[in-house]
Design a protein around this ligand. Structure first.
Ligand code: FAD
Ligand code: NAP
Length: 563
């Protein structure tokens, strides 16, 4: 019996004995209770909860190790912009006591090491098939099971399918003419190679100035012979003010970690409670007082910058005051006025994800760095040649080309899997006009499919480890409820989905978020429907999820399968 699984998943008998707790079948594909797709922080915790419930679970991960985002994004300068003491699991007190962070904002290698530590500590690896992508998941309606097929031709049958595929895991490599003919090294920040990319003595081009580009550019500039940055749209960025993590501060948090976490869970984005101060509206504040406070926020740095005044994210007029302040800072920091002007964004601050940087603007004062405006008003990239980038009538000779061009966010990785639910309907077709979910967790027509950090949930607008933990807990508790009640299938009701979509839009429309061309609305991917995908406001969302569960999962429909 074990043999079937060994063949299908490369598992050894000892792995099965070690608690993989796998069911098998003589006739059909191997059977497990739960298939989890993705072994980032969401998928890893999902596996842990399944083990705790004594369920058989198989996780498939395209990468060769755990960590998700932190496995793939190995570019120079990659680090978190939620503080280390907060960007970590809180489900296990011992784990959070024993792990020592070294910097205020953890680097990618440190976060990856943390993920690997968690995988080992909770014995997760036996349940993960690495280097294997899920290609399709088809509902067998009569059996009430998902038939999951992987890129090595294996199949497995599962009662539950949990998509922990990540919101920012489907890299967007623009289809620019000539791209594949480039003879130098071409890399994407979100698919960074495992070998060291050499910049020393090289002419390097970076395309893209979002969070990834803005983190990578100052680090690459330190060693490259020359760095050319190709900017289509200028972004607002706030200094991180990173530094070593004070061991006294770390210890202080650890003495009351549970309470610290609870305070953060009450925050709009599930982090930053230690920076909470009484806030007023910018529009009601005396100009001198406003300026003093803005200077304080700038010196403090970090992602809580816009929490300084209550109306920044609600009122465009107030938001412009914050934006003007940062525009003034750019002019102060960048020596060349023409470069400063190019780096200065128009419009609102924070309606695209606010970027947090270390030494970004001053990098443009270096003699080996130049900025090229590739917007429609400047010299758009027309093609990539074997030796560089052609923009307007100028050719930029390059040895290394870095694409920091982001992701097909929120839906990209989900829809790359051919998911077919009731009546053979494809999720990709159902979501052609934009994703529709109930709570960002369930999809009508796709019973027993759960999306972790799915569209319609706070996800990318929150500290994502905390947001995905909350989802995994909700899903696991729901599965336990179903087992207790003898229920086999759960499905989001069509009306609940429709009213949830309306709710998400109504909440988002009270903010400035939907008003600009961000990846939150899919604007970065040609042809993607314009829909605001995440839900602002973590605490209110959690309360709704808890109420839904307490009311016997209202808005969902349950079924029992009669074989
Ligand atoms: P991921 O970490 O994306 O993991 C999903 C996994 O699923 C991937 O490993 C992928 O290979 C796998 N997968 C997808 N499809 C398939 C398939 N079909 N078959 C098999 N495997 C599949 N969030 C914050 O809160 N704070 C931050 O500071 C922050 N910084 C970030 C920095 C970068 C560079 C990026 C890209 C994102 C950042 N994020 C941050 C968001 C980050 O994605 C989340 O914090 C978190 O790591 C997401 O975990 P996850 O498990 O949900 O998804
Ligand atoms: P991004 O924010 O989508 O930025 C992509 C950049 O590439 C933009 O400047 C975009 O310009 C540009 N671009 C895309 N296609 C282009 C083309 N064809 N030609 C020229 N320029 C092009 O992607 P990202 O920087 O990878 O960040 C994505 C998200 O990941 C972040 O918002 C954040 O949530 C997360 N992240 C976080 C951190 C962190 O600090 N912790 C670091 C990295 C990533 P336009 O603006 O004109 O489209």
């Amino acid at each position: 019996m074990v043999h079937v699984l060994e063949v299908a998943f490369g598992m050894s008998e000892s792995m099965v004995d070690a608690g993989a707790n796998t069911e098998t079948s003589d006739t059909g594909p191997p059977r497990v209770d739960t298939v989890v797709v993705g072994a980032g922080f969401a998928g890893m915790y999902m596996i842990h909860r399944m083990i705790q419930q004594g369920r058989s679970v198989r996780c498939f991960e395209g990468g060769t190790d755990v960590g998700g985002t932190w496995y793939w994004n190995r570019y120079p300068g990659a680090r978190c912009d939620v503080e280390s003491m907060e960007y970590s699991y809180d489900f296990d007190e011992q784990l959070q006591q024993e792990w020592e962070w070294t910097e205020k904002y953890a680097t990618q290698p440190e976060i990856l090491a943390y993920a690997q530590h968690v995988a080992d500590r909770f014995d997760l690896r036996n349940h993960i098939t690495f280097g294997t992508r899920v290609e399709s998941a088809v509902l067998d309606e009569s059996a009430g099971r998902w038939i999951v097929t992987t890129d090595d031709g294996g199949t497995v049958s599962a009662q539950f399918l949990v998509m922990a595929t990540g919101c920012l895991s489907s890299a967007n490599l623009p289809d620019i003419e000539g791209r594949d003919a480039f003879t130098g090294e071409l890399v994407h920040t979100g698919r960074w190679p495992h070998h060291e990319v050499q910049f020393e003595g090289k002419r390097v081009g970076v395309v893209g100035t979002g969070s990834s580009g803005i983190q990578a550019i100052p680090v690459i500039a330190r060693t490259a012979e020359h760095l050319t940055v190709f900017q289509r749209t200028a972004q607002f960025t706030i200094p991180a003010r990173n530094g070593p993590l004070d061991p006294v501060e770390q210890q202080r948090v650890k003495t009351e970690y549970a309470a610290f976490r609870e305070r953060n869970r009450q925050m709009f984005a599930a982090f930053g409670s230690k920076y909470l101060r009484p806030a007023t509206d910018a529009l009601d504040t005396d100009p001198d007082e406003f300026h003093r406070e803005m200077e304080f926020l700038w010196e403090r740095g970090g992602a809580m910058f816009l929490s300084g005044f209550r109306d920044f994210m609600r009122s465009p007029e107030a938001n412009h005051m914050a934006a003007d302040f940062v525009r003034g800072k750019i002019a102060e920091m960048v020596d060349d006025p023409a470069t400063a002007a190019l780096l200065t964004p128009d419009g609102l601050i924070g309606c695209k994800r606010l970027v947090i940087d270390t030494d970004y603007y001053v990098t443009y004062n270096r003699p080996n760095v130049s900025l090229v405006d590739v917007s429609e008003q400047g010299t758009p990239i027309t093609r990539i040649t074997p030796t560089g980038i052609q923009a307007g009538d100028q050719h930029h000779d390059l040895d290394v080309l870095v694409f920091a061009t982001g992701f097909d966010a929120m839906t990209g990785s989900l829809l790359r899997v051919d998911i077919r639910g009731r009546g053979g309907k494809r999720l990709a077709d159902e979501w052609q006009a934009g994703p529709t979910t109930y709570l960002g967790l369930g999809v009508h027509g796709f019973p027993n499919l759960f999306t972790v950090a799915g569209p319609g949930s706070p996800s990318v607008l929150a500290n994502m480890i905390i947001a995905t933990e909350q989802h995994v807990d909700w899903i696991s508790d729901c599965m336990a409820y179903m087992r207790d009640q003898g229920l086999d299938l759960i499905e989001a009701d069509a009306e609940s989905v429709a009213s949830w979509v309306e709710h998400v839009n109504a909440v988002a429309d009270r903010t400035i978020f939907p008003s600009c061309n961000s990846w939150y609305v899919g604007a970065n991917i040609p042809g993607k429907p314009r829909v605001f995908m995440p839900l602002p406001g973590f605490p209110a969302y959690v309360e709704t999820c808890n109420n839904v569960a307490a009311n016997n999962y209202e808005g969902f429909v349950f079924e029992t399968v009669t074989a």
